[in-house]
Design a protein around this ligand. Structure first.
Ligand SMILES: Cc1cc2nc3c(=O)[nH]c(=O)nc-3n(C[C@H](O)[C@H](O)[C@H](O)COP(=O)(O)OP(=O)(O)OC[C@H]3O[C@@H](n4cnc5c(N)ncnc54)[C@H](O)[C@@H]3O)c2cc1C
Length: 458
């Protein structure tokens, strides 16, 4: 066993280290079934163990890849046989739920869904929500500054973290575990770790902000005849529902058809076809709430042609089924084999033309490729998945997407981060001066470059 692993074993014990030969039993990611590669996977139990492991690795320049649930979609958690993977899986405790200050203190390995459920038991809500909720961790959510389906109303992960503890590459522990909403005492250092993709430190704990839970959530799915109507609906729901609109997702027709088609387990809930389908969630927090108002709004929208069909979920089960159409892309995409995911931001008014023009250039270059669009459109976040067909040339497809996006002053990553897959395109959204400042911060916090090297930038 290499000397560094002997040293780490002394810190974390036998149960805290999984050697290389056993790792092939684990897969490299939630959507990547290839065997996990690493010198070893290390599973510390405490912040002090994390600090000692990093100190030992830093001394000998051993590279370390921090990981949570490995659900990231940009290759930011990818490792090689030379790396040590530092998994937070045993640091998953929910330490405290403080209903007075509406905070929860958790280990970075806590699974998002467990955090949501724990908050729910206390009549509170942790508002971050995304499709990978059952596997992703709070540490990963912090390191990617995750977004998801509630950003429109509640903001990204950045807004949900009040306090944070992290360990730097040299083993020093930076603790800022405050429960305060307001704390203007110099630089807000914890924010450095939000979106840092494991490159500046290992997040070990966090104080999360909770909100009052709504009494219930109304969900509707609408068939919409055009993009102008999509934009009008967004403004109309936002203004008439007094800020209670909590999700506004759009599915392009081919995405909806794929997930509700004959080979899917899901039935189409709407009978009228349309170019766009909108899925909305409305938080109901008032016990005098009158459901007929929403029903009337839907009727009016039908009458004046803003929608061609629409249905309000009548049960929790039905809500879940509507959401499955949005979130169930995984089994459907398996039949295409390889899929390239895109996660971009651009002004909402420009989205349909952008999708049409990328589809057109894709088809002209790669006739058997397919593109499926959907996304958190309420916050300007468009996703699309490309099934590349025979071409399988990601760089060539990227060239059909990112240069036109740059002209529109869009972002090459709305919420998934940069990782490895988008590294060549960071400069499409960030200036050279910004990237140089990022490099300086990295050099200051991790001078030997042991933490997640080669991710974000070289
Ligand atoms: C079905 C599905 C739906 C998704 N939907 C969304 C969505 O709506 N919005 C969204 O934003 N993302 C989404 N994602 C992407 C992904 O779930 C998020 O990026 C998530 O936040 C990653 O968490 P994780 O624990 O899996 O992190 P990992 O994938 O393990 O790691 C991601 C990055 O965080 C770093 N990291 C992990 N833990 C730590 C730590 N403790 N300290 C320091 N660095 C760490 C890693 O080094 C890596 O750079 C989705 C993914 C899937 C598979």
């Amino acid at each position: 066993m290499p000397a560094i692993l002997e040293k780490i074993k002394n810190i974390v014990g036998d149960a805290g280290i999984v050697p290389q030969e056993v790792l092939s039993g684990r897969s490299a990611g939630i959507w990547d079934s290839s065997p996990l590669q690493a010198l070893a996977l290390v599973r510390p139990k405490t912040t002090e163990e994390v600090a000692s492991v990093l100190q030992a690795c830093n001394q000998v320049g051993q590279t370390v890849i921090p990981v949570g649930g490995m659900t990231g979609l940009t290759g930011a958690h990818r490792s090689s046989t030379a790396d040590i993977i530092l998994s937070l899986e045993r640091m998953n405790t929910i330490e405290e739920l403080d209903s007075q200050s509406r905070t929860m203190t958790v280990g970075a390995g806590a699974i998002l869904q467990n955090v949501q459920e724990k908050a729910g038991e206390a009549g509170l809500m942790f508002t971050l929500d995304l499709g990978a909720r059952a596997s992703c961790t709070i540490g990963g959510n912090i390191a990617t500054n995750a977004g998801g389906i509630r950003v429109l109303r509640c903001g990204m992960m950045r807004e949900q973290v009040l306090g944070l503890e992290a360990v730097l590459a040299n083993g020093s522990i930076i603790s800022s575990m405050f429960k305060l909403l307001k704390n203007n005492t110099g630089y807000d250092l914890k924010q450095l770790f939000l979106g840092s993709e494991g490159s500046l430190g290992v997040v070990t704990k966090a104080v999360l902000r909770l909100h009052e839970a709504p009494l219930h959530i109304e969900t509707a799915i609408l068939a919409v005849p055009g993009w102008d109507q999509v934009m009008t609906l967004l403004r109309e729901y936002d203004s008439t529902l007094n800020g209670q609109l909590a999700a506004f997702e759009v599915l392009w027709q081919n995405y909806y058809d794929l997930n509700t088609g004959s080979s899917s387990e899901l039935d189409p809930p709407l009978s009228e076809p349309a170019p766009y389908y909108v899925l909305i969630d409305v938080f109901v927090s008032d016990d005098t709430y009158d459901r007929s108002r929403l029903e009337k709004l839907l009727m009016q929208q039908l009458e004046n042609g803003q929608i061609v069909d629409g249905i309000l979920a009548n049960s929790e089960n039905e809500r879940h089924k509507f959401w499955q159409i949005r979130e169930n892309f995984d089994p459907e995409q398996k039949k295409f084999g390889l899929i390239y995911g895109y996660d971009i931001s651009l002004p909402i008014a420009k989205m349909p033309n952008f999708v049409d023009s990328v589809t057109h250039s894709l088809k002209s270059n790669f006739p058997d490729a397919e593109l499926f669009s959907f996304g958190h459109i309420g916050d300007g976040n468009l996703h699309f998945s490309v099934a590349p067909g025979a071409a399988q040339d990601r760089a060539a497809i990227d060239q059909l997407v990112y240069p036109p996006l740059q002209k529109l002053k869009g972002s090459v990553s709305a919420e998934h981060g940069i990782g490895l897959d988008k590294k060549p395109y960071l400069a499409y959204t960030r200036s050279e001066a910004e990237i140089e400042l990022m490099r300086q911060i990295k050099r200051t916090m991790d001078p030997k470059g042991i933490l997640n090297p080669g991710k974000l930038f070289d």
